[in-house]
Design a protein around this ligand. Structure first.
Ligand code: PEP
Ligand code: MN
Length: 281
């Protein structure tokens, strides 16, 4: 196995840090990923109903969330599991977000989704299962929408950065990386949130990186502590799943936090940010 040491110059000219000092800035609405500001992204795993998203959008506004998340199409392990509301969900999410004047991020699972929805979705998410889908990477690379690229569940750092390079190579340099946990032998969490990739990305790449402690742990009680660690380690933001009645969530119920936990998480980010020369507004 090849160990990517600090000195290693990856043959990825667009994502490589080289001699540059700062992080590349990615703008989504008022959010500026890669700036001094910690960006919070929150919302349900999946869009389930208009009422659900309306409440969450109001919560988002109150908590300093800068981008609302919500799955329209859900990549599920079982073909019989809830696959997302699809087209109907796009309208629901857009309307609720417009009411609070916030942008949305949502996963596109193939190029046809990009064709159909890039005019509506402010930030296109490429999910963990699609990080190696090169035709999708090239397609979002041709879009003028910023991209949230999640780490494949067994992807190395070099594979993650290569996926980002695919996108940038098509002309789209608005890419934010996301650590969402990897598969290991541990049997107490859904994935192993890899804290170490955050400082490593900062050493090697100009791209911002945010943390997903929801998929990274699979456990709502671990979301706050892992968020604290990620911010302290230098993450540019956090994406979390939240719902008013998480036990009733159709997907990812066990990792979905309650509104009061989101408020606590925000208080913690506010406290930790100054220690690492960041701010949360
Ligand atoms: C998601 O964020 O909705 C999601 C499915 O995450 P991941 O691709 O990281 O599993
Ligand atoms: Mn989820």
């Amino acid at each position: 196995m090849r160990f990517v040491a600090k000195e290693t110059v990856l043959n990825l000219p667009l994502v490589n840090r080289g001699d540059s000092k700062g992080t590349h800035l990615v703008k989504v609405g008022e959010a500026l990923f890669g700036s001094k500001e910690i960006v919070l992204v929150s919302g349900p795993c999946a869009v389930e109903s208009a009422e659900q998203v309306k409440l969450i959008a109001e919560l988002a506004l109150r908590t300093g969330t800068k981008v609302i998340r919500g799955g329209i199409f859900k990549p599920r392990t079982s073909p019989y599991a809830f696959q997302g509301l699809g087209h109907k969900a796009v309208d629901i999410l857009r309307k609720a977000a417009d009411e609070v004047n916030l942008p949305i991020v949502s996963e596109v699972m193939d190029s046809s989704h990009v064709d159909e929805y890039e005019s509506i979705i402010d930030m296109l998410q490429v999910g963990s299962r699609n990080m190696h889908n090169f035709s999708l990477l090239k397609r979002v690379g041709k879009s003028n929408r910023p991209v949230l690229l999640k780490r494949g569940m067994s992807a190395t750092l070099e594979e993650l950065l290569s996926a980002a390079e695919y996108i940038m190579n098509e002309g789209n340099d608005q890419v934010v990386l996301c650590e969402r946990g990897i598969r290991t032998f541990n049997d107490f969490s859904r994935n192993t949130f890899d804290l170490t990739i955050i400082p490593k990305i900062k050493q090697l790449s100009i791209l911002p990186i945010i943390a997903d402690p929801s998929h990274g742990t699979g456990d709502r009680e671990m979301v706050i502590p892992v968020t604290r660690g990620a911010i302290a380690a230098g993450a540019d933001g956090v994406i979390v799943e939240v719902q008013y009645d998480p036990d009733k969530a159709i997907s990812d119920s066990s990792q979905t936090i309650k509104p009061e936990q989101l408020i606590e998480l925000v208080e913690d980010i506010r406290k930790i940010a100054p220690a690492v020369n960041r701010v949360f507004r």
